[in-house]
Design a protein around this ligand. Sequence first.
Ligand SMILES: CC(=O)N[C@H]1[C@@H](OP(=O)(O)OP(=O)(O)OC[C@H]2O[C@@H](n3ccc(=O)[nH]c3=O)[C@H](O)[C@@H]2O)O[C@H](CO)[C@@H](O)[C@@H]1O[C@H](C)C(=O)N[C@@H](C)C(=O)N[C@H](CCC(=O)O)C(=O)O
Ligand SMILES: Nc1ncnc2c1ncn2[C@@H]1O[C@H](COP(=O)(O)OP(=O)(O)OP(=O)(O)O)[C@@H](O)[C@H]1O
Length: 516
Amino acid sequence: MTGQPLPTTLGQLLAELTFAPELRDVDPATPVRAVTLDSRRATAGTLFAALPGARAHGATFAGQAIAAGACAVLTDPAGLEHLPAQAPALVVPDVRAALGEVSACLLGQPAQALTTFGVTGTNGKTTTTFLLDHVLRSMGWRTGLIGTVENRVGDVALASTLTTPESPDLQGWLAQMRDAGVDMLSMEVSSHALALHRVDGVTFDVVGFTNLSQDHLDFHGDLEGYFATKADLFTPERARRGVVVVDDAWGRRLATEADIPVATLSTVGEDADWVVSEVAPSAVGSTFLLRHHDGRAVRTSVSLPGPFNVANAALALAMVLEGGADVRDLVAALGDGIDARVPGRMEVVATAPRVVVDFAHNAEALELALTALRATTPGRLIVVFGATGDRDAGKRPVMGRVAATHADVAVVTDDDPHGEDPAAVRREVLAGTTGIDDARATVHEVAPRQDAIARAVAMAGPEDTVLVAGRGHETIQEVAGVDLPLDDRVVARSAAARWHDDHAAAVATSPEHEEP
Ligand SMILES: CC(=O)N[C@H]1[C@@H](OP(=O)(O)OP(=O)(O)OC[C@H]2O[C@@H](n3ccc(=O)[nH]c3=O)[C@H](O)[C@@H]2O)O[C@H](CO)[C@@H](O)[C@@H]1O[C@H](C)C(=O)N[C@@H](C)C(=O)N[C@H](CCC(=O)O)C(=O)O
Ligand SMILES: Nc1ncnc2c1ncn2[C@@H]1O[C@H](COP(=O)(O)OP(=O)(O)OP(=O)(O)O)[C@@H](O)[C@H]1O
C-alpha cells in the first residue's frame, strides 16, 4: 500500500489522477470500487471503461454495464455518442492511456509494494520469466509470475488468457500479490501490451530484452514499428534499469538508444558488460560461466536444452544481479544449478529415448530447436510437427523444408487446424519436404496428432531424440471449430511409458534373458 486510503468515491479517485477527465452528469460522492473494460464483468460500483475495439466501441455496451450497477463510464468523445442519456461519464481523449493509472489508483498502486522484473522480446519471454521466478525462489523470496502459460501468486496458479493482461486485471493480480506478501514479480511484457497501455501504472525495477525477429507485423506495421514498441519499455516512465541481450543487431541498437541505464549481455562473444563463456551442452541442458567485467562471476547450469536457453538463463541471472542481489548469495542459492521446468518449452518429458515437447511453431524456431537437440543426440533426431490452419500459410512448406533438412525422421501431422481441412494443411507442409538437395529425413504423414506422437516415440531407439514441436503447454486443439482436449506432454509421456514397457517385455522374453 502507499499508506494512503484507497479512493472510494469518484470524487476521491478524480483528485488522485494526474489528468482531469471532462465530466458529464458525474456526482463526486458516487461510490466506486473497481474498473473493468468488459460490460459483462460490471457490478455495483464498477467504473466501466468503454474503448474502441476491432469489432465494436465498448460504449455500445454501456447500457448493459449501467444496468448491472456500473457507477459511471470512462470513455472517449466517440464513445459519448453511444452512451444512454444521463449516463454519468468521464471523458478522456484515449481511454487506454487513462486506464492503467485509474486501475492502479483504485487498488493503491500495488506495483510499488513489489520488486518487479519485466521481460520483453520476440522469443524467450516465457522461459526467461520462469527461470527468473525459479532463481528468485531459490534465494528465498516469495514470488509472483505473469505470462503466457499461467499467472501465479505464491504457489497458487491460474491458466492465463493473454501474455500480458489488460491493466484492470494486471493491477488486480498485483494487488493480490501484495496482499499475499509476495516480494518479487517476474512478468512477460508483450509488444501488444506496450502498444495498448496494459502496463501503464507499473514502473519495473529491472527490464530484460531477449531478441527481436519478424513477428506480429500485422499489428505493428513493420519491424521498425515493432522495435520502437519494444524499446518503449526501456524508458524512465516504464523501468528503472535494464539488461539487454546484444546477440542480435536489434539488441545492440536498443542498448545504445535506451533512455535508462542498461547493462549489456552477450552469449556469442560480443563486447558486453555481462559475457557468457565456457558453454558445455549436456544431455539435459548446459553448463556455462556468466562473468561481469567488474569480476563478478557465476558458474552454473540450466536444465533446458539449447544455446538459446543459456541466453535465457544468463539474462535471468543478470537481471537478478542488476536488481541488487549479491553474487555470493546468488551462487549459494543456485547450488547445483538452475533445475527449472518450463511448461512446453524444451520440456524433457522422457529419457532414453529422450522426448522433448517445445512450443516452436514457426520455421525459425523449429530450426533452432532441431539444431539445439542435434548437438546432444547420439542417435537419430525425430520430429513430430504440423502447421496451424487459418494462419500464415506461407510458413507451411518452409517448416516442411526445415524438418526435412534438419531431422532424420519427420512425422508430419496436425497442429491447430482451426477451421481449415487438416489434410490440406498437411499437404502444404509435405510439399516443402520434397525436391530438396540436402534433405536427410525420411518423411511420414500421420494423423491425428496423438497417433503421430505415439508412432514417433515407438520408432525411436534409446539413443534417439523425439522433438514434439508446435503446441508446447497448450491443452486444447481446435479442429473444425470444435475444441478437443490434447496435451502433447501427456500423450508423449504415455507413449514413452509404453516404449519402456514394451522394451522391458521384449528383454524379459528374449531367449538370452534369464531371470537371476
Ligand atoms: C487484437 C486485440 O488486441 N484485441 C483486444 C481488444 O479486443 P477487440 O478490439 O477485438 O474488442 P471488441 O470485441 O471490438 O470490443 C470492444 C470493447 O468492448 C468490450 N465489450 C465487448 C463485448 C461485450 O459484451 N461487452 C463489452 O464490454 C470489450 O471488452 C472491448 O473492450 O480489446 C480487448 C479488451 O478490451 C482485448 O482483450 C483484445 O485482446 C485479444 C483478446 C487478443 O487476443 N489480443 C492478442 C492479440 C494479444 O494481446 N496478444 C499478446 C501476445 C502476443 C504475442 O506475443 O504472442 C498478449 O499480450 O497476450
Ligand atoms: N532466447 C530464445 N531465442 C530464440 N528462440 C527461443 C528463445 N527462447 C525460447 N525460444 C524458442 O521459442 C519458443 C517460445 O519460447 P518462449 O515461450 O519462452 O518465448 P515467448 O517470447 O514467451 O513466446 P510466446 O509468447 O510465443 O510464448 C520456445 O519453445 C523455443 O523453441
